[in-house]
Design a protein around this ligand. Sequence first.
Ligand code: TYD
Ligand code: MG
Length: 456
Amino acid sequence: MALKQKTVWVCTSCGNESLKWMGRCPACGEWNTMVEEKVVTGRGGSSRGSMTVPGSSHKPMPLADIDTSQDSRISLNNAEVDRILGGGIVEGSLVLIGGEPGIGKSTLSLQIPLHCKSLRTLYVTGEESVRQVKLRAVRLGGDDSDCLIYSETLMENILDEAKKIMPDLMIVDSVQTVYTQTIESSPGSVSQIKECAALLLRFAKETGVPVILIGHITKEGSIAGPKVLEHIVDVVLQFEGDNRGTYRLLRSIKNRFGSTSELAVFEMTGKGLHEVSNPSEMLIPMHEEGLSGVAVSAMMDGTRPFLIEVQALVSSAAYGTPQRSATGFDVRRLNMLLAVLEKRAGFRLSVKDVFLNMAGGLRVSDPACDLAVICAVLSSNFDFAIPPDTCFAGEVGLSGEIRPVSQIDRRIIEAQRLGFRKMYISAFGSPDNVPEGIEVIKVGDVPALCRSLFPK
Ligand code: TYD
Ligand code: MG
């Protein structure tokens, strides 16, 4: 077939293709995401867009006859990673680990083979030389592992080697650096990324070798990469956290073999990432004495209850327009809560600067944190410390009412376990059973909360 070059415009957010440039992607509605790519057709690659799982061309089968007994999981010898994968990595699966540069993706993926000496691993690095990987392995304290390091970026070579070696696990760092000859565009472009992922998926499904693929994303998640891969791969794990801080969060966003919104917490130390098996203990205050502007929220992340410290600072605005800023919390939601405090409870916060911070670099989206947020704000405003044995779980509505939240029993049990003696919840929901040693205080609205918590 004759080689034909054509230009297409590809959306970096959803991968939609168009023959002409558009300011807004018609498929996902994002603005300024279309980039130009040259594709060469006619070389007979693995055909663009054919992401079907090899082996799926069999005849239709009754569901009852499909045998799943061979689908076994391999433990990665890392309790937290195994847990968020749903109990180990499934044979023949393609797992994507995404995150900002410098967050610890290469560290985690190198630690896996170092800690799993029984697994024969092929570690393909397109970013670092084999010496750099060795130095990192020495630093991580496991350079005696027989993990194979391969510094290569051409997919055809990588797959040839992998088929010869037939490892138990293959790791590719990163999807932005590998490329295939069947496509003309440069490594890191949307079409290269999709094609390379499709080749790896085919390899994983044909051979049963699980593949871990690493992908960079920027803060906005806008660069070509993990976003366009999410529908191709089986599992998407995302690394989050502030890469200057020590805590890193690994979240499962998609998992074809387990539950999503699981969260694992790691601590970055001089010797790599360490699992934090009890994250609540790190996220709640160390200080015995109560400080003003601090409130503890009993939140849920995925299926796990968490206690997290919410910190607020309220001060008189130095300039005409007060500043509002929030780290780890939605600023619009903070503005809404401040408006509720102003309108429904009469606090003059519109003339104050308000800063909010979630401990540990966690990003919080659970509405149950509302109650702790307003308590932290009021505590800072009055300069009155909330007793350190008190925590909160409740959603605040626009009329100032405190609404019940899901799984309140599990939140109460976690708070009690961590030594909290009082917990404020909504008056409109009732927990089934409250364990010994913790007093549950029900409040119906913001004024009732203030009467109960703060002195006159
Ligand atoms: P890295 O895994 O290279 O990030 P990514 O692959 O996601 O870009 O992590 C790099 C950061 O981690 C770097 O800032 C140094 C730090 N680090 C440690 O603090 N301790 C360690 O043992 C290692 C290997 C890295
Ligand atoms: Mg890296």
